[in-house]
Ligand binder design. Sequence first.
Ligand code: GCV
Length: 836
Amino acid sequence: MRVSWGLLAFPAAVSAIENGINGWLRYAPLPNDQRPPNLLLPGAIMALSTNKTSPVYTAGQELQAGIKSILNQTLPLYHEPDKWLGSTILVATTGQFHGVKPAATLADDGYLLRVRPGNVVILGQTERGALYGAFDYLSRIAQGRFSDADLIANPDAPIRWVNQWDNMDGSIERGYAGASIFFRNNTIPKDLNRVSQYARLLASIGINGIVVNNVNANANLLTDANIDGLGRIADAMRPYGVQIGISLNFVSPQTLGGLLTFDPLDQSVISWWTDKTNCLYRRIPDMAGYLVKANSEGQAGPLTYNRTLADGANLFAKAVQPHGGIVMFRAFVYDNHINPADLKADRAKHAVEFFKGLDGQFLDNVVVQIKYGPIDFQVREPASPLFANIPQTNTAIELQITQEYLGQQSHLVYIAPLWKTILDFDLRADDQPSLVRDVVAGRRFSNKRGGYAGVVNVGTNTTWLGSHLAMSNLYAYGRLAWDPNQDPQALLEDWTRLTFGSDPLVLGVVTEISMASWPAYENYTGNLGIQTLTDILYTHYGPNPASQDNNGWGQWTRADHDGIGMDRTVSTGTGFSGQYPAEVAEKFESIETTPDDLLLWFHHVNYTHVLKSGKSVIQHFYDAHYAGAETAQTFPIAWESLRNKIDTERFNDVLFRLRYQAGHSIVWRDSICQFYYNLSGIPDGTGRVGRHEYRIEAETMALKNYKLTGVNPVETASNLTAVVLVSNHTSGEATTKLNFDSGKYDVAINYFDLIGGKAHYKAFLNGKLLLKWAGDLEDKLGHTFSTKLDGHSATRVTIRDIQIQKGDVLKITGVAEGNELAPLDYIAVLPQGVVD
Ligand code: GCV
């Protein structure tokens, strides 16, 4: 039987509720006009495995379900070759099927995809390679971008893992999408359906390993009951070819095992870990291995016993070696109590200082996992110099999909372009091309293992990451780990077609706002390499530049009245630039050759220093913040043009978030500009900073039951002051006369939304209700909320297109609830097109 696509006719609309659960694997029915007219589907699917836990078996099921959903065509599925002799979509491993010879060598997990009219061959070098090929085939059909194909796809690196920072109590460190799908109440839940669904998404982008628990690990993971639970997780993921690994707590032999020591060279400790490892492998024979964070952020490790980090890593490497496992040993080793008064001290130097001397001492199943930059997932960092300093060691790059420092999924930030700047960075080791992506693939220094670890932190929220648009980051991460040569925009477009369909308007808007999002976020947070400027001592979310300095965490900016930036040069600074190979070191050593976007990472300069752009540093700060916030205002407007082009659930959800982001970008803009204006005393050349002609500060309004309050940091309130109700059992009013020319305005109301209460507000114009709302963002957004009035809780609602006559009276009423005293900052009465 042969079916021509041209004969099929199905409805274009997606009927199921679009809650995000299928991510980019929605397999929406393909509209008729997007079907290649003369393409022939084979008559059946032949997936050559009868083993239900085999990815080849899974591939057959996926193909059957996918084709049914996209094309409304049910193809019979067979697993034994003698059951069907007609034309097929054949899925198998190269070991099983010899009828088609790959034109080039297939690497581990690679696949061949050969598509001919009425005949499709998908061959994996491994079983999961076959599944990857099936997903590729389906992705082409789902995007309606289908033609005959004859391709070999090989992964660039063998390690393509994700890390979850899930705690055993069910919480997730830096997770913004609900509770853990892996753990609940210190155990592994019975229902692991979401775990299987997650494995399916991961497999579809070529991910082959997952570390399921937080690097800040709990020793109780290793009890017998939990090992069995881990076994069930592995069972749930195995059909998708995703192997599980676990994070270890170095101290476990003492805390869980009752030994007197956890010294990695002590025989009792070695035996304890060997036994535990054997026990784990008995239950999970294909366990991928271990991930270890040691001697970092207060955790103990081998250094506690004056052993080396290599001693620590090798302890585990020996234990997993007989089972074929590997150890990912994190390079995020640093002292978080360094002295800010010491101008030579520099946290950015620590990784190289700890690891360089150990090169060659790690066993060959150890992979050193290195965060992309020397500090911690900031909005811009140079590539970590460690990639060039340990050539005899396997390395992997650690990227962060969960947006810890990048708006925590409440801001749209498409991160792939940032990752690409790092992967494409040429470290020039020995004056030879040394791209980071070639180092981690093992190519540059001839290492056997290496690759990618992405911190994802999906949760129980049906959107996985807490926001529909944030899923482009997970998709792009997997695709880049498979092939880092790919263009982030092309990946984004694939994701968009799969997630929202191929309407050119939808594709255009999602591409436009996503591609603009990282530059905008950098603009309205931290510029010129100064880091994100978020509150590093609290939630890592809203603005608080002062929190960077004068503490032991070493994320310093060294901002004072005259200047800003870390002098990391060899000649006068911390010497960090000297950790790069000579050519790169020389470039960063000099202000002239350091690119503007990393200037303040490497140099301390006066605010009046003139950049290559011709602007002073301080004017660049001001201008960039205004430009970034202005770009963010365009996101919801662009999205609104998609009304009726996207299902209502996702349209409304995304619109709500983009509107929130637009408001919060103004909080960022004003806080950072005000902070550096207060510090430097240098006014904005264009007069915007501190001057808000369309605002009415709440403290200047007629107040009933409201009182003035300070906020901390002060610059997170307009005019440095806000108002709150006099007690938490009351209601109050703030009233003002509007002395603006009569006309149409948008009225923005800035207030603070805390955790610990849901105040109720109403806004009236001449006694007529304009809007009522509650301080309940904590129920709608996933970022870390604050208990205080600050840059995390500061937010705005906007009432659009209000006709105002000069002399009209605007009144806001607030009713306290819990700890939320209906705080108000200001209102802005904005003529059309004005952003403030
Ligand atoms: C899991 C930063 C984060 C921590 C994280 C740590 C790490 O400090 O804020 O939440 O801990 O990095 O990567 O180990």
